[in-house]
Write a new protein. Sequence first.
Length: 378
Amino acid sequence: MQTKSVRFAFLKDGIYYFTRRVPSDLRTHYGTDRISFSLRTKSAREAEARGLVHAIKLDEFWFKLRMNGGQVPGSHRLLDDEERTRKPSPTVLEAKDLYLRLKGVGRPKTFHMGADRAVEYLVAASGNKALLAYTKSDATAFRDALYARKLSTSSVERVMTTIKAIVAFVMSESGITAPNPFAGVYLNRQEKAEDRKPIPLPVIRVVQAKCREIDDDLRWLIALISDTGLRLSEAVGLAVSDVQLNSSIPHLVVQPHAWRSLKTTASERLVPLTGEALWAAERIIEANSSGWAFPRYNRSERTNANSASAALNKWLGSYVPEKCVVHSFRHSLRDRLRAVECPSDVVDAIGGWTTIGEGQGYGQGYPLAVKLKWLQMI
């Protein structure tokens, strides 16, 4: 007969046996609805202690069963595969439009162009699918397709990061809890990026002499960049009013315009005009009758720096070493300033590079006279 005084036990032929009913939600894990076995004792006190130990162990085991394969918190709200397939989700093109509409407010054109380009690459590789239709294999195939385009690892990483951000943002906005297939895709970050070569100073002098000899707007542009280190887009997008020749220190005002934004906030700066850059600025003012320093590349709403790059690099190819391009003048300027031991934060101020450090955001920065001193030394 079943004992009333000992928990989790009953007495049979003078021996106590453990007994516990299997919970109904875990019944599929067992071949019976009740667990029972001998506690190997005739003592009620020992049977009580041993039964309690077994009951506690069972409760812990059943809890793990429920967490791993049984009932988990919120499991009734999970979608099965069929429900997920039926649940509508935006296509990647729709996702991009939503992403730019919400996240692109006040962002530069490059932000929009980067999203457009990344999604264009994805659609070309895997098609314009609904977000839930993309798989991890689609993501890795997309990565391989980017490498097949001869993009560097840094460029592949930039594109993949953009796609991952678009998908994550729109999934969150749409209430979709599925994993992001573009997260955690392996990239070979050990691959060394190809160095951009600076142009040797003797070659710069030869190019500058040729610029004076030909004396047209393309050569003025090269001469201007060669002794200021401006980015090509910064120089091409200058307004005539940005060229300040009547100042006590002739200089350029590098600032954002409606037709040309700047890369970073540090890009906004004043750059003294010396050497061939001063000559080029004087020629620009003498010959210009429009509001732009280089009107041929500003005939639409946006500065066409790509067209300028193609024209300048084609001409430079006959004078500069292999792998050197118009952007190499910017690398050369940094080396030239290093050669005269110019402080790195002054170099950054001249070239519009971001200087690391909390204190760099305080004050007005270096005055023109300090920048001029170092530029005159090179």
